[in-house]
Design a protein around this ligand. Structure first.
Ligand SMILES: Nc1ncnc2c1ncn2[C@@H]1O[C@H](COP(=O)(O)OP(=O)(O)O)[C@@H](O)[C@H]1O
Ligand SMILES: [Mg+2]
Length: 350
């Protein structure tokens, strides 16, 4: 399998130092791969505290996994040469939740655009740099003459977030990792920003990871989705299948809690899951057993495997134990099935 960016059995535990009382299992044996071919938009969804940002930071190489590996084009990120690391830093670009924090209020917005061009030597001349910047701004729907030369506070929140997307684009990335990119933006602007992110995928072939607690926007722009619960991927697959016919009891709960009449209403914003553990990771039960409406005795006795329910979807749940269990390598690829190659749906428990 050719993957661009991949997590292999990644576990991340925060804390656990000499003097810390509690440790937090933020990611629990997560495997996931972004294929090199046919780049897609993948949503990483879950409640606050489920491990989404940790996953983004591990994928960016800014947080080292406690266990497991991050591979970029097959190369372990932990063992890269300077040159490889530089290439990795250029090709995998973040877009964060609150762009205001990235700006220095005393510099014009131009500064956040010229800095990466210099750092990565993307242009030979000033004129070339200017052209790259203008092209990137136009690609995200901003007019260069209305954007450049201004200070951050002179732009709207939506414009600032678009400048951040343009900034990521300057470096001609192959992956954009957008962590809650529209959660600080007015509802009225969300759709247009997400549209421009989708265009980057469709027109420039950039793979997008869209991290969100909001299933509604995840459904709107993504091809695939991974649902995180307390650091574990509980369901993954094509967004059509997962949102329209959720199979994991947790995903069902989430989908049922999307307020139907008002599609702009946000989901799950207040709920937080707790991952704090006092002991080493390695649960002996299903993590969701306490909240599960479909819990069976075995759920409190053993950890479920990840079962392939459909050709392009799997879930971490004993309800599907009759389906083939996937190895971590197979789980990593469950999102990579070609959307046109759907085999007939093998229905799980209904
Ligand atoms: N730097 C950190 N130190 C200790 N715990 C952290 C740190 N960052 C995140 N956590 C904890 O890890 C868990 C996952 O957090 P996070 O990845 O931010 O989730 P999400 O983005 O889904 O809200 C939470 O319990 C959070 O409190
Ligand atoms: Mg987060």
């Amino acid at each position: 399998m050719n993957s661009l960016l991949e997590l292999q059995n990644v576990t991340k535990i925060y804390g656990g130092g000499l003097f810390s009382r509690s440790r937090t299992l933020a990611l629990d044996n997560v495997s996931f791969a972004i294929p090199s071919e046919s780049p897609q938009i993948t949503a990483i969804a879950g409640e606050s505290g489920s491990g989404k940002t940790t996953m983004a930071r591990v994928l960016l190489g800014v947080v080292a996994p406690t266990e497991g590996k991050v591979l970029f084009k097959g190369q372990d990120v932990a063992g890269m040469t300077r040159k490889q690391r530089r290439e990795f830093r250029r090709e995998v670009q973040p877009v964060f939740q609150d762009p205001f924090e990235v700006y220095n209020p005393f510099y014009k917005v131009d500064h956040v655009l010229t800095t990466p061009i210099k750092k990565f030597r993307m242009a030979g001349t000033k004129r070339e740099a200017q052209r790259i910047i203008e092209d990137a701004l136009e690609l995200v729907g901003l007019r260069p003459d209305e954007t450049l030369g201004r200070f951050p506070h002179q732009l709207s929140g939506g414009q600032r977030q678009r400048v951040m997307v343009a900034r990521a684009l300057l470096l001609k990335p192959s992956v954009i990792l957008a962590d809650e990119p529209v959660s600080m933006v007015d509802a009225s602007l969300r759709a247009t920003i997400l549209d421009s992110i989708r265009n980057l995928n469709r027109e420039l072939g950039i793979a997008i990871l869209y991290i969100t607690h909001d299933l509604t926007t995840a459904y709107q722009i993504s091809d695939n989705i991974m649902v995180l619960y307390r650091g574990s991927v509980v369901e993954a697959g094509s967004v059509e299948r997962v949102i329209k016919h959720p199979q994991h009891p947790y995903t069902r709960l989430l989908v049922e809690s999307i307020p139907q009449p008002d599609p702009d209403k946000r989901w799950g914003a207040e709920t937080t899951v707790s991952n704090t553990i006092g002991i080493a990771p390695g649960a002996t039960t299903c993590k969701f057993v306490d909240r599960c409406l479909a819990a069976m005795p075995m759920c409190a006795e053993a950890v479920p495997g990840f079962y392939r329910i459909d050709p392009d979807r799997g879930a971490l749940c004993f309800l599907y134990a009759d389906s083939p269990e996937l190895t971590s390598t197979e789980i990593a690829t469950v999102l990579q099935r070609d959307a046109d190659s759907h085999e007939p749906v093998a229905t799980g428990a209904e």
